[in-house]
Design a protein around this ligand. Structure first.
Ligand code: NAP
Length: 249
């Protein structure tokens, strides 16, 4: 893989597994050192850090809940202290707590909004002064096609991802004058632990929705994220890129 991002430092949340882990590994392959955040470092996070290091890059694994503003500030500071700089932020941590609205608990609503939307804000808030100050940088957020089209049983999740899209566009306007791009990837159905728990009928329905007749892999999202972080994407900002095999057209 061409080291198109050589010498840069990226911070990825939700990096312990799934799409976040794939993005971290893809950015490392392209030459980035990595700050890795996940709520449970004992899970996959240390393994991802080892993968990054085995490829010759540096990795800083940090156990934190993305809903904590204090932890976000501390982790951005730690990345700059330990890895020397911060060029790229990827906000990928996310959860689902599915139910139709009339059966959805207040706790399910609050938790999903907190992790998916506030958890994106906290890291953007912490990184923005750094990226603005150096007048360069990239932010990539991860939404979902269900934040664009709505999805029965996912009012909390869809609302949180619609919020991520609005946050992305707003931040693109706010940081554009400082030379920082802010873009969003909206995946369709991707094979990860998040979707592995879904019934076979749901999976078959998702495949049937796609134009390509296939589900996505985390690497499909990771390659798009790496492109958005590259020099080739310098004139793209405030964009929402679906990586969904044509699931939502
Ligand atoms: P995943 O396999 O469940 O991975 C999510 C990661 O986020 C896990 O490592 C999880 O840690 C971490 N996380 C959860 N809550 C956190 C918190 N409060 N603070 C820090 N880290 C936290 O999910 P995925 O499928 O890779 O999804 C990644 C992102 O893509 C999410 O934002 C998701 O909404 C989005 N997305 C996924 C799909 C899909 O089909 N898979 C489609 C559209 C969008 P633990 O494992 O320790 O809980």
């Amino acid at each position: 893989m061409t080291a198109t991002l050589a010498g840069q430092v990226a911070l990825v949340t939700g990096a312990g597994r799934g799409i976040g882990a794939a993005i971290a590994c893809e950015l490392a392959e392209r030459g980035c050192d990595l700050g890795l955040v996940d709520v449970d470092a004992a899970g996959g996070l240390n393994g991802v850090a080892e993968t990054v290091r085995s490829g010759g890059r540096r990795a800083l694994a940090m156990s934190a809940d993305v809903t904590s503003m204090t932890a976000a500030e501390a982790n951005v500071t730690a990345v700059i202290r330990e890895l020397g700089r911060l060029d790229i932020l990827v906000c990928c941590a996310g959860i689902t707590r599915d139910a139709v609205v009339w059966k959805m608990s207040e706790e399910a609503w609050d938790t999903v909004l907190a992790v998916n939307l506030k958890g994106c804000f906290t890291y953007c808030r912490a990184a923005a002064p750094v990226l603005r100050g150096q007048r360069r940088g990239r932010i990539v957020t991860i939404a979902s096609i269900n934040g664009m089209r709505g999805k029965a049983g996912q009012a909390n999740y869809a609302a949180s991802k619609a919020g991520v899209i609005a946050l992305t566009k707003t931040l693109a306007r706010e940081l554009g004058p400082s030379g920082v791009t802010v873009n969003c990837i909206a995946p369709g159905f991707i094979r990860t632990a998040m979707t592995a728990v879904l019934p076979e009928a749901i999976v078959a329905g998702a495949i049937a929705e796609t134009a390509l007749g296939r589900l996505g892999d985390p690497e499909d999202v990771a390659r798009t994220a790496a492109f958005l972080c590259s020099e080739g994407a310098r004139h793209i900002t405030g964009e929402i890129i679906k990586v969904d095999g044509g699931q939502y057209l």
